[in-house]
Design a protein. Structure first.
Length: 210
């Protein structure tokens, strides 16, 4: 059965279509103008004053790092609402530290630290990893240490402020950290850049889309 829709129907249809297209176009232009660059994170210093693994797989540790976060953008403010630093050794997470939330303005570098991981934790190393640990202990430099930053933020793009979201986890991997003990001198730590991925995207939204 064929029938003709009234003129008002087509007017409403065209209006909605134009509004949706305009909104989409404005969003693209806005994102191009803002063109956000990811926040850059660095481990600027790291040291161990204790890193002792016992025969029952208990790791006693005192691990300290200094971190800088650089917001390179001219028109984006970042509001860090939750920051959790996670320490790893050879695929084992062994310590968590909650950092103080803060706001980061345009073209701003913020110093985080010293972040101190101290205590004990049970970890399980494979045979090869245990051999590497013993060799590193003799040399006085432990490899394969890592620090992740799990953050929850809001961002202000110009006049628009986003809702809270979780960016990709910041990963500071393959840290070679000197063990300082008995007053012995240790080689300096090499500044290491972390991977922050597409920092202004929501990792949970990406996971849902997948």
């Amino acid at each position: 059965m064929c029938f003709c829709r009234p003129r008002w129907f087509w007017c409403i249809y065209c209006t909605i279509y134009i509004l949706m297209f305009t909104l989409f176009l404005v969003s693209i232009i806005f994102w191009i103008v803002i063109s956000p660059s990811s926040v850059k994170f660095y481990i600027t210093d790291a040291s161990l004053t204790q890193f002792n693994l016992t025969s029952n797989n208990t790791l006693y540790y005192n691990f300290k790092v200094n971190i800088t976060a650089r917001n390179p953008n001219n028109n984006i403010i970042v509001y860090y609402r939750r920051i959790t630093a996670i320490a790893w050794y050879k695929d084992n997470d062994f310590a968590y530290v909650s950092l103080t939330p803060f706001d980061q303005g345009h073209k701003n570098t913020t110093f985080l630290g010293p972040v101190v991981f101290e205590g004990q934790s049970v970890i399980k190393l494979k045979a090869q990893q245990l051999a590497e640990y013993n060799e590193e202990t003799l040399v006085g430099i432990h490899n394969d240490l890592a620090v992740d930053l799990d953050v929850r933020i809001r961002a202000k793009f110009g006049r628009y402020k986003s809702s809270r979201f979780n960016p990709p986890v910041v990963q500071c991997r393959r840290l070679k950290v000197p063990l300082i003990s008995n007053g012995k001198s240790a080689p300096p730590f090499s500044v290491t850049r972390c991977s922050s991925g597409a920092f202004f995207t929501d990792r949970d939204a990406d996971a849902g889309a997948g």
